[in-house]
Design a protein around this ligand. Structure first.
Ligand SMILES: *Cc1c(COP(=O)(O)O)cnc(C)c1O
Length: 453
């Protein structure tokens, strides 16, 4: 028997500490408690339906309760739920690795599993650092990141993170890294100027410091958590070429952008970029289970491949590395993506979404609409002509998300940027419905004062 909303809400407030949540605000409200999902909708305890407009934090691919994925999970359960990869193997992790290598950008041939995007990032950073050590190059110990980058919440990932609100407090705990600007076409005078600024800064940094830099880490094509910033065309491939030229490893964090989200299987595929290391997570299991992976080239792998006495082993692992349940579901999800032409579908639906969102740009407080595939951000501004942001204290994003929830759509804002990141399998009708609700929420809050104090 399930407890009632009131009883569960009381227990939730008494015992659960929610991520990225000010609990004082949360406990003052009536919590949304999800009981079940079906397709692209989630249902609360009282049976109200909500579109999962942010894919349960950017994870979901095929919707919820997908029979094929459910079956892959229960079939694996009948064999074994978990066994370790430390010095031994299991079936689904092998099959999934082979599949990942087949679909990944050229040159990535080895798969190191973990259980979250952040751990995948830690692995990439440590691999890059140890790579230079193992091949006998000393001093290449620093990293380049990009302003406003988000790579997860563990200490290494935060060290290459650059969102002051989340990261600045922890600075004394972190290793230092260099930051170059992520191109911001909206506030840096257009795509061309923004891209040039990034490339110029990277070039100068590499000229000066390449001898001390192990790797550059980048969210390719779309920088997500900073507000869905979209890179001008050509920028990513130019960055990769510069890193190659100056002997700095190129790490692509595809945790948010991977598996069709931007309209290619991986964002790097937009510009045929082959990173030295690539991290995937979020959509890997279709959004079902916590599996992530760090993919590496032969060149990286071979630097660790030696007689044991040489001490070149990668001493890193997690309890649930290569979890068979997660790997079995991930493998089925990737096959389902092919069977259903998900990536081509994203391109078609992205065009539809762009068209249906276009009228919003004429509203008085919509400053910018940024989109790549089905990753969409709508930036709300106080003064459109001056591109002046709303005060943080106005919580314009939070209020818009609350209004959208009332109207039947779940999303989570990034500051003043409203996000639409629907499950990739959303139908045209569902997508149109989500856009309609989101547009109404934006208008209600920014023009009609909904939720203002
Ligand atoms: C979400 C995200 C991460 C962190 O993944 P977790 O699974 O939450 O640890 C890392 N990088 C990017 C680009 C992300 O969007």
């Amino acid at each position: 028997m399930t407890l009632t909303q009131d009883k569960l809400a009381a227990l939730d407030k008494a015992h659960v500490w929610h991520p990225f949540t000010q609990m004082k605000d949360y406990n003052g409200g009536d919590p949304l408690i999800i009981e079940r999902g079906e397709g692209v909708k989630l249902y609360d305890l009282e049976g109200r339906a909500y579109y999962d407009g942010f894919s349960s934090v950017w994870l979901n691919v095929h919707g919820h309760r997908v029979p094929e994925l459910d079956r892959a999970l229960t079939e694996q359960l009948e064999k074994v739920a978990h066994s370790t990869l430390l010095g031994m193997a299991n079936v689904p992790s092998i099959e999934l690795a082979a599949k990942l290598v087949r679909i990944a950008p050229k040159g990535l041939t080895k798969v190191f599993y973990s259980d979250a995007g952040a751990t995948g990032v830690e692995i990439a950073l440590k691999m890059a650092f140890q790579y230079w050590h193992n091949i006998g190059v000393r001093g290449k110990t620093s990293f380049i990141t990009m302003n406003q980058a988000y790579h997860g919440d563990t200490i290494g990932a935060v060290s290459v993170g650059a969102i002051p609100m989340y990261h600045e407090l922890f600075r004394p705990m972190l290793f230092p890294s260099y930051a170059i600007p992520y191109p911001d076409a909206y506030r840096q005078g257009g795509a061309e100027a923004a891209a040039a600024a990034t490339i110029d800064r990277l070039k100068r940094l590499l000229e000066e410091k390449a001898d001390s830099i192990a790797a550059l880490i980048v969210e390719p094509i779309v920088q997500g958590a900073s507000g869905i910033m979209v890179m001008p065309q050509g920028c990513l491939s130019e960055m990769a070429a510069l890193c190659r030229r100056y002997g700095v490893l190129f790490i692509a964090d595809e945790v948010a952008t991977g598996f069709g989200r931007t309209g290619e299987m991986f964002a790097c595929d937009h510009e045929a970029v082959s990173p030295d290391l690539m991290i995937v997570g979020k959509g890997l299991t279709g959004g079902y289970l916590p599996v992530a992976a760090t993919l590496a080239t032969d060149r990286i792998y071979d630097a660790f491949y030696a007689d044991y006495e040489e001490r070149k082993t990668f001493f890193h692992g997690h309890s649930f590395t290569g979890n068979p349940l997660g790997c079995a579901v991930a493998l089925r999800s990737l096959l389902l993506m092919e069977e259903r032409g998900i990536v081509a579908g994203v391109r078609a639906k992205a065009a539809q979404a762009e068209e249906q969102l276009a009228p919003l740009i004429d509203r008085p407080h919509v400053g910018d609409i940024r989109q790549k595939g089905l990753m969409i951000g709508i930036e709300l501004v106080k003064d459109k002509a001056a591109r002046e942001p709303y005060e943080w204290s106005e919580r314009i994003g939070v209020r818009t998300a609350m209004r959208a929830r009332e109207l039947g759509l779940l999303t989570r804002p990034l500051g003043n940027v409203i996000v639409l990141i629907p499950p990739l399998a959303s139908t045209e009708q569902e997508l149109a419905d989500m856009i309609r609700i989101l547009s109404n929420a934006v208008i209600d809050v920014t023009e009609n004062g909904w939720g203002a104090k």
